[in-house]
Design a protein around this ligand. Structure first.
Ligand code: ACO
Length: 606
């Protein structure tokens, strides 16, 4: 691993896996430090290509998404950083693939628990390709004021607090992710902030070497002092000890190896990361701290004194460097908050585009009209329709009635408009949704769509005490058809069985009332004109529904509200949908070809 400068203000990165939050974090950082263009130039998502929607400051932007690393790298040849968000199962393959591109040299691997053989192979590949790897199990790195990787540094607020938006003088190398962020802050308080910080990752077999990272910062003239946070377990710190002794590390190094608490326990102790495991005395935190101190590092008595010791070393540097200038703390640009975050913090309020009062899917279990759906499972289907259509306003008889209506309107053979259209559309090779929708489009005044109209006149006439005879007369004078009266085939002599069933229901349940009575009086009047002008299914549903509402104690204004909405035609639409889906399926099952109406069934009158 050779290059000393991993990141600059012009660094471009390709992110493997479409992880929206850390990608947005990187772009927010770019905006914070006044970068001219986003650092993430491409995303690789093996399952999806297209564009990723995100923000650069206040502006909505898109970043191209490619299916392969090769495609992304070919299109974005200036990108040399590969942010590898693959899981531990595929992180190795992704990095191997990325090294083949020859442009993606610096890899940050976030996955935890990479097998040793894969880690070793990646070390070899990085060397051979003149590349550099941070991780596995790395949260990333920060080149203050120039570039950030993934979730390094925490939230934007932490980044600002730790002054990571502009370079300081300290080079930081840490093994612990949580402490990495903590140290960024400590260094901003006790020194002037970091120039660059790398979290090398806490895996048992790290690919990135503690010493290589420290040497990289040692060679960078912008870094004036080094801070190292090591960890119990492993030999990495001893390589640093050797480098101090041989003067390969000459800059002041403040170091602390965490895990001294392990000596309080009997036996082996496993800390947060796989690599942080106590073993022999040699790899204990105490032994490594002592070896570092003996080799010339500044090692505090305890972690509590780490900040004070950093401060002491930093002050010595400032005092001996008269040309030292404090960094500019003012030049940053806070990105706008996402609406979701702002709402969560009560910083903004927003009008909703939609108001909904019947269901909610935000909780653990969806609710219908405020009740968990499991409550509806034991009940008849009518109670679900009642909840979603009438907000639970119907009684049990109403719910039973709805279910009865669904059963008797489900189908009326292939000849009627709804079924016919569904059949023709299905035979034109259209799908079930389209075929059913085509059938639904025939529902109207002349077919299935007269329920609301029938309920309307029955309610108005009964409320205003209009007689059946004068109502039929009035409609005749206005030359208007009476909704819910008349049938193409059925007649007084050939009664509609479905209407008989509905009437019987009303009688046996004791809900037949003034509305059904009035409708039957109207039927007597219309039958005087023609024997097919019977009370039809639509009419019977409409008026019996009114009787149910009235018998359940609904006030006239409440019935008026239901009629005003015009929901009752929904009963026929829902019921008949069952049959239309059946017809569409039936045609497909029989593999029927396109329908063509026969010539001999058309009267050509040209
Ligand atoms: N009210 C008053 N008079 C009517 C009605 C009615 N609802 N329906 C038909 N007539 C009259 C017509 O004006 C016509 O009179 P005329 O001979 O003096 O000219 C005569 O009866 C025959 O009319 P047609 O249009 O030939 O009746 P058709 O049998 O073709 O229509 C239909 C049946 C469409 C149901 C019709 O009666 C109608 O439009 N009814 C009202 C709407 C309705 O209830 N639709 C739902 C039907 S039920 C279902 O689809 C599930």
């Amino acid at each position: 691993m050779s290059s000393n400068v991993l990141f600059t203000a012009a660094t471009q990165a390709i992110v493997y896996n479409q992880h929206a939050i850390p990608i947005q974090k990187m772009l927010d950082y770019d905006w914070l430090i006044n970068r001219e263009a986003p650092s993430v130039v491409a995303i690789v998502n093996p399952n999806h290509e297209g564009f990723h929607r995100c923000f650069f400051g206040p502006d909505a932007i898109t970043i191209p998404v490619y299916k392969t690393i090769k495609m992304a790298a070919t299109r974005h040849q200036k990108a040399d950083v590969f942010v590898n968000f693959a899981s531990e199962r595929s992180a190795y393959d992704a990095s191997v693939e990325a090294f083949k591109t020859e442009t993606l040299k610096t890899h940050i691997i976030l996955a935890e628990g990479m097998p040793e053989n894969e880690s070793r192979e990646l070390v070899r590949l990085a060397r051979r390709n003149d590349g550099w790897i941070l991780g596995p199990s790395s949260v990333g790195a920060i080149k203050a004021g120039q570039f950030i990787v993934g979730n390094a540094g925490g939230k934007i607020e932490n980044i600002v607090e730790s002054k990571l938006y502009r370079p300081g003088s300290v080079g930081l190398v840490a093994k612990s992710a949580g402490m990495f962020n903590e140290l960024n802050y400590l260094i901003s308080v006790y020194a002037d902030g970091i120039f660059e910080g790398a979290h090398i990752g806490g895996d048992t077999y790290p690919v990135s070497s503690m010493l290589d990272n420290l040497l990289r910062l040692e060679y960078d003239p912008n870094v004036k002092m080094l801070v190292l946070l090591g960890e119990i377990g492993g030999e990495a710190e001893y390589a640093v000890v050797e480098a101090l002794k041989s003067k390969r590390i000459k800059k002041p190094l403040v170091a602390w190896v965490s895990g001294t608490v392990a000596s309080q326990f009997e036996g082996e102790v496993q800390f947060g990361h796989a690599g942080a495991r106590s073993g022999s005395k040699h790899v204990s935190a105490e032994a490594k701290n002592k070896a570092l101190a003996d080799a010339g590092a500044h090692v505090p008595e305890s972690f509590n004194d780490f900040g004070l010791l950093i401060n002491k070393v930093f002050k010595e540097f400032v005092e001996t460097n008269k040309s030292y200038e404090k960094p500019d703390d003012e030049n940053y640009n806070i990105p706008p908050l996402d609406m979701r975050e702002a709402l969560k913090r009560n910083l903004v309020r927003k009008e909703s585009s939609i108001v909904s009062s019947i269901s909610d899917d935000r909780g653990e279990e969806p609710t219908y009209n405020g009740k968990d759906i499991t409550e509806y499972i034991e009940k008849p289907l009518g109670s679900t329709i009642n909840a979603l259509w009438f907000k639970g306003g119907l009684n049990m008889i109403g719910e039973e009635f709805l279910e009865l209506c669904l059963k008797i309107t489900a189908d009326h053979g292939p000849a009627v408009a709804t079924a016919h259209n569904a059949i023709v559309t299905s035979r034109a090779n259209r799908d079930i949704a389209t075929s059913t929708a085509a059938g639904i489009l025939t529902i109207g005044d002349r077919h299935g769509g007269a329920i609301d109209g029938a309920a309307r006149w029955a309610f108005d006439c009964v409320s205003n005490r209009v007689t059946a005879r004068s109502f039929v007369q009035e409609m005749k004078e206005k030359k208007e058809l009476i909704m819910g009266i008349g049938h193409k085939i059925k007649s007084a002599q050939n009664p509609d069985k479905r209407v008989e069933v509905l009437k019987k229901f009303a009688e046996t349940k004791g809900i037949a009332g003034s509305y059904l009575k009035f409708a039957l009086e109207v039927e007597q009047e219309t039958l005087k004109k023609k024997n097919n002008l019977i009370l039809n299914v639509d009419g019977a549903i409409g008026v019996i529904f009114l009787d149910i509402l009235a018998k359940s104690g609904k006030r006239p204004y409440e019935i008026e509200e239901i009629l005003k909405v015009g929901s009752l035609n929904g009963i026929f639409i829902l019921g008949r949908t069952i049959g239309m889906i059946g017809h569409a399926i039936d045609q497909k099952r029989m593999n029927e070809g396109i329908y063509r109406h026969p010539w001999d069934d058309i009267q050509y009158i040209s």
